[in-house]
Every structure is written in C-alpha cells, then in structure tokens.
Design a protein. Structure first.
Length: 82
C-alpha cells in the first residue's frame, strides 16, 4: 500500500486481504496505490495462472473501508474449484 494515508487503516486493510486470500491456493499479490491527483486508489490483484484484475477504489463511495475492500476482493477473485 502506497500513498493511502492512515497507517491504522492500512493494518486493517492488510488483515482483511490476508483473510480473504487465506483459503486460495497459490501465490497472490495485492497492491493498492493512492493518487496524488484525485481521491481514488488503484487496486491490482495478481494470482496464479496469470490471473490479474484491477479496480479503482473511490473514497467518496466508501470503498476505502476495510470491509468494502474485502467484499470487492471476493467478487474479483475466480470462483473456487471443487
């Protein structure tokens, strides 16, 4: 996480991301970078087998909240295989 402000919120966001990814096999990488130009954060998710997704988090829409980031991450990830 870079340029995202409050370090306490950062810890909560990292914990939520780790929880969401804890049951996913393979190596996962999530980066969140704040913008100096506007109120948006860019989130990029990379995983096994070339999985890659990007999403713009909008602070005014409440998307900076750890719970909101966790729910969004669940939606972005591929469905679990049985």
């Amino acid at each position: 996480m870079q340029n995202t402000g409050d370090p306490r919120a950062r810890g909560e966001i990292v914990a939520v991301i780790e929880h969401v990814l804890s049951d996913k096999p393979g190596e996962w990488r999530v980066s969140i970078v704040g913008s100096h130009a506007n109120d948006n954060w860019e989130m990029k998710v990379e995983g096994p087998e070339g999985f890659e997704r990007s999403y713009t988090l909008v602070g005014g829409a409440g998307e900076y909240q750890p719970v909101a980031i966790g729910k969004l991450l669940v939606k972005l990830l591929p469905a679990s295989r049985s």
